[in-house]
Design a protein around this ligand. Sequence first.
Ligand code: SDX
Length: 380
Amino acid sequence: MPASDGDPAARVAHGLEGVVAFESAVAFIDGHAPELTVRGYDIADLARGLCYEQMAYLLLFGRVPTAAELAALRSELAGLRALPGPVMDLLASAPQAAHPMAVLRTAVSMLGVLDPAAEERSGDGLIPAAKGLIARLPTIVAAQVRLGEGLDPVPPRGPEAGHAENYLHMVSGREPSGPMARAFDAALVLYAEHETNASTFACRVVVGTLSDYYSAIVAGIGAIKGPLHGGAIDDAMRLLIDIGRPERAAGYVDEALAARRRLPGFGHRVYRAGDPRASELREMALKMARALDDSTWFDIAAAAERRMAQTKGIIPNVDYYAAPVLYQLGFPLRLMTNVVASARVAGWSAHISEQYAGNRLIRPRALYVGERGRRLDAAD
Ligand code: SDX
């Protein structure tokens, strides 16, 4: 087959598997170790040691904030949590049948339209917009939860409530317990950044044309919505609900594999020996089960994980145990991907800033497999 530019050696890397597209100092993944570090710190240390505001600061500025810098960031983010009227109107008027990620995507577009500095195109210039989305996506997602349940949105609290605590309060209207707020904080940290995943790559492709920050984030939301990516988390929770009881897990997995169905929450393009985030979330799910004295979902998940290990040897990914954690924190299935996106916005922003700082248009080639040399004649 003729290759692009006639290069006979051109070979397609399907799904760009194994292709190294650019240099980055944001995150490092070794899929075999397995290892995930963000700005040089191990992900387990970050999940156990940082709140989400500290993780966002680390991603945007490359270092952990001092106590004074954290206090200033908390105060700044708290002041940005409220939504402009047109965005609240959009959320209230969105059809119930609309996909929650489509509504989130539209709300972010609306925030971009309302931002007079939206066309700023520089790594530092996007910081105010990034802080705005980091602060406001939780308010949007929490409002979507409330409106979906026929309830009024709960207004965001002030800087006395941290990011995770305020997020849960806007969802339930109640003060979350310390352990629940801490578990949610850790889950948000674990979801904040993951190197060149599909949605982060989408963001970089968009700003690679020198388009704007909001267009890139909208592209990221569009990509993470898919069931092969962030959209897997609600499917993973549906899987656990469908299995129903731990003793049904082995048969369920066997039947799915025999039918060559993909089980959501399992498998990864890069990790082969395990997803370090899944290990952290597995521990969190177990602790939460004990704290709530309800191990239903953990027991089902652990039984299905055992069967997958005994049969196809496919690892659980970040979504697998995050699903019962978010479910037991009170998030409905249909909003779980929205929570993932509200955490990943910090990682997307770090990559967008890095792309602007050292940009080259991202433009791969195709191996042409169509016809050539055709001639138009009167009959065509
Ligand atoms: C995320 O990239 C990132 O970093 C993403 C992410 C992030 O933080 O941004 O980590 C978040 O998106 C996690 C993945 C969430 N998606 C799912 O859980 C959906 C279910 N998983 C898959 O569809 C799949 O594992 C992918 C899409 C995640 C990865 O697919 P690949 O790399 O293209 O793997 P493949 O399709 O080539 O499969 C290799 C083999 C196949 O078996 P054979 O046909 O060779 O016999 O593994 C099998 C697949 O059938 N397989 C599965 C499976 N995933 C792969 N079999 C059953 N269930 C699964 N989930």
